[in-house]
Design a protein around this ligand. Structure first.
Ligand SMILES: Cc1cc2nc3c(=O)[nH]c(=O)nc-3n(C[C@H](O)[C@H](O)[C@H](O)COP(=O)(O)OP(=O)(O)OC[C@H]3O[C@@H](n4cnc5c(N)ncnc54)[C@H](O)[C@@H]3O)c2cc1C
Length: 410
């Protein structure tokens, strides 16, 4: 019996936050998109699925606004007004050299914190309402054959999708990237990111804190209400121990690191643990094939930039594909796709290297290194132009921005 076939301009493998945003960006540009995701929407939007928040740069907020997604998220977002960075030690007073990023210096919030669950729900809703997207949840992409004029993908449902271009947004372990023999470079950090929500007595006033502890960064990210999200990096063995503590023991360990500035604290809801690694794909494109998001680069969460990088991929790839299509070119050709690779690969590499360097510099308790980094923090804090440079970078407003990140249609 012949397999059922479906024609599309593009097939996207992966309905994570990056894959869903890409589907929207391309569909709004008039492309017919099939998106296949093995999990169900119900499972992916369940409160136990992903307890993380995303610190969204203001360029990312503009892009989600252009795609009509931000409008439903704004009321659930917490603006980041200030970021305070300090070098600390367990049971030791923070170093007197800290770094303060104040939104008043650039005239707008430094970004916004949104719960991943809310982002996923908003993206699924928008994708379901978009007539150019055929959303196939509970369906994996299992096989891919690239021919001269098209790519043919076999889905777990048995359906064959014939598309001009296939895009893998299938995450860090990307089965499609592997199947296309695109290698990666990277290493395990030997660290785990513990994530949980903490309720506190006093208002955080939109201030995010990054305490550099010897075992790794401890980030306190303001959420709506008197709540903050913790991204607490520990060495793997210690993280496993923390995850097994009873509720009282876990709350005690958090209080020890959190400090008393927001009054009493109490963890709320489940805890999650994410093993951390650095991983960069050796190529982002091949004939009729491209990768985006964590499939292309997985970085340390120290600066909260992984999803932001994925959104930059989305904006650059959508612009490359749509510009080529408008000129009547074959947008699945490797030469066309190379433009996307040149645009995005170096930027991801630079951020991966920077976050890796900062993590190495701070995740230790070596005296001379402590002195050097404290002096570094003190110097940046005393130089307003340098501070503004870092804030613009964190906001994603640097380099050649694709149209979507400027808030324009792709
Ligand atoms: C602790 C922590 C904190 C973070 N904080 C931030 C932050 O504050 N700000 C920020 O910008 N980033 C942050 N990040 C990074 C961010 O969460 C990731 O970069 C982002 O979630 C990656 O999304 P993705 O869609 O590329 O991949 P994923 O979310 O991994 O999605 C991949 C999808 O592909 C699907 N899939 C797998 N195989 C197949 C197949 N064969 N066919 C079809 N689909 C398939 C999977 O089911 C999955 O749904 C953080 C990361 C961690 C670990």
């Amino acid at each position: 019996m012949r397999a059922q076939t479906k024609d599309a301009d593009l097939l996207i493998a992966g309905g994570g936050m990056v894959g869903l945003t890409l589907a929207l960006a391309l569909a709004r540009g008039g492309m017919r998109v099939v998106l296949a995701e093995p999990m169900s929407e119900l499972a992916m939007t369940d409160a136990r699925f992903d307890g993380r928040v995303s610190a969204l740069a203001f360029a990312a907020v503009r892009m989600l606004g252009q795609l009509g997604v931000w409008q439903g998220l704004e009321a659930k977002a917490q603006p980041i007004n200030d970021i305070l960075v300090s070098d600390a030690g367990l049971g030791r007073n923070p170093s007197p050299f800290s770094l303060h990023f104040d939104h008043r210096e650039i005239g707008e919030p430094l970004g916004a914190i949104v719960e991943n669950r809310d982002i996923r729900m908003a993206l699924f809703e928008a994708a379901r309402a978009e007539p150019n997207i055929s959303l196939l949840t509970g369906t994996a992409v299992e096989r891919l054959v690239v021919e001269r004029a098209c790519a043919i993908a076999t889905l777990s449902s048995g359906v064959e999708v014939v598309a001009t271009l296939v895009i893998a947004a299938d995450g860090r372990d990307s089965p499609l990237r592997e199947a296309q023999n695109i290698g990666t470079v990277g290493w395990d950090y030997g660290q785990t990111g513990i994530v949980t929500t903490v309720a506190h007595e006093r208002a955080h006033e939109g201030v995010a804190y990054e305490h550099f502890l010897p075992s790794g960064p401890f980030a306190i990210l303001p959420m709506t209400g008197n709540r903050s999200s913790l991204v607490w990096t520990e060495r793997n063995e210690d993280a496993a121990r923390m995850m097994q503590l009873d509720d009282a023991g876990f709350a005690e360990e958090i209080a020890l690191r959190f400090g008393a500035h927001l009054g009493n604290t109490a963890p709320e809801g489940p805890r999650w643990a994410y093993p951390l690694r650095l991983q960069l794909a050796r190529a982002y494109v091949a004939a009729r094939f491209a990768i985006v998001g964590d499939a292309a680069h997985t970085i340390h969460p120290i600066a909260g930039q992984g999803f932001n990088l994925g959104l930059k991929d989305v904006a650059a790839l959508a612009e490359t594909v749509l510009d080529a299509a408008r000129l009547g070119l074959d947008f699945g050709e490797e030469e066309v796709l190379k433009r996307y690779e040149r645009w995005r690969r170096f930027d991801s590499f630079v951020l991966a290297a920077a976050t890796d360097g900062v993590n190495r510099l701070f995740s230790n308790d070596i005296g001379p290194l402590r002195l050097a980094r404290d002096l570094g923090l003190g110097i940046v804090d005393r130089l307003p132009p340098l501070r503004r440079f870092f804030m613009r970078h964190a906001g994603g407003d640097v380099g050649r921005l694709p149209r979507l990140l400027k808030g324009e249609a792709a």
